[in-house]
Design a protein around this ligand. Structure first.
Ligand SMILES: Nc1nc2c(c(=O)[nH]1)N[C@H]1C(S)=C(S)[C@@H](COP(=O)(O)O)O[C@H]1N2
Ligand SMILES: [Mo]
Length: 190
């Protein structure tokens, strides 16, 4: 078992609480009209309704999360559909190397496709054994535990596959294009 201190990236402080952080308001979401869509450089564009999404295979992971504002939370349990499952269904084209993650209210974040394909990366609808609360992203959030937590879009609605990298919401404001906490990739010039 790894020592807990070895699990805290440089410049981070462990919190036992789970802070709530986002730009703007918690959106109102209607499950009757909700969809999750995968489009762009894929062989087959895919759209799931909420009901269809529930039928996808689910897993549970326990992971550490690291916010660029310097808090880290160890051992958060999430349950949901691996991002790799929905990506495989759409069959990314060979030239697809980056993904723009789209969420409610126009929030976006970009990351390499390879980062989304890791087994711990989930489209989660449960945390700590309970449905996500609205402020933590209900009905569905992305969880990318190995990158800073701003990549883990709350209220997520789709993946757009791209050949070239493009900055999302926080990345346009100067945050790093990849955001590896172990390399302290906080800002674009890091
Ligand atoms: N849609 C959306 N998702 C978002 C954000 C946001 O502003 N909008 N902020 C990100 C940031 S900066 C962080 S640290 C985490 C916070 O997640 P939490 O509130 O569940 O701790 O959500 C990320 N996901
Ligand atoms: Mo954050």
């Amino acid at each position: 078992m790894t020592e807990k201190r070895d699990r805290v990236p440089p410049g981070q402080v462990v919190t036992r609480k789970w802070p709530v952080l986002h730009a703007g308001e918690v959106p109102q979401v209607d499950l009757a009209t909700w969809t999750f869509r995968v489009w762009g450089l894929v062989e087959e564009e895919k759209v799931w309704t909420w009901e269809e999404f529930q039928a996808l295979p689910r897993v549970e992971v326990t992971v550490d999360i690291h916010c660029v504002t310097r808090w880290s939370r160890l051992d958060t349990r999430f349950r949901g559909v691996p991002a790799a499952v929905v990506l495989a269904a759409a069959r990314p084209r060979p030239e697809a190397r980056y993904v723009m993650v789209h969420a409610e209210q126009g929030f976006t974040t970009n990351l390499p496709l390879a980062d989304l394909l890791r087994p711990n990366v989930l489209l989660a609808d449960e945390a700590e054994g309970a449905p996500l609360t609205p402020e933590h992203g209900w009905p569905l959030r992305l969880v990318v535990p190995h990158l800073y937590f701003w990549k883990s879009a709350k209220w997520v609605r789709g993946f757009e596959l791209m050949a070239e990298d493009r900055p999302g919401f926080w990345e346009r404001l100067g945050y790093h294009m990849r955001g590896d906490p172990w390399q302290e990739q906080r800002y674009r010039d890091d």
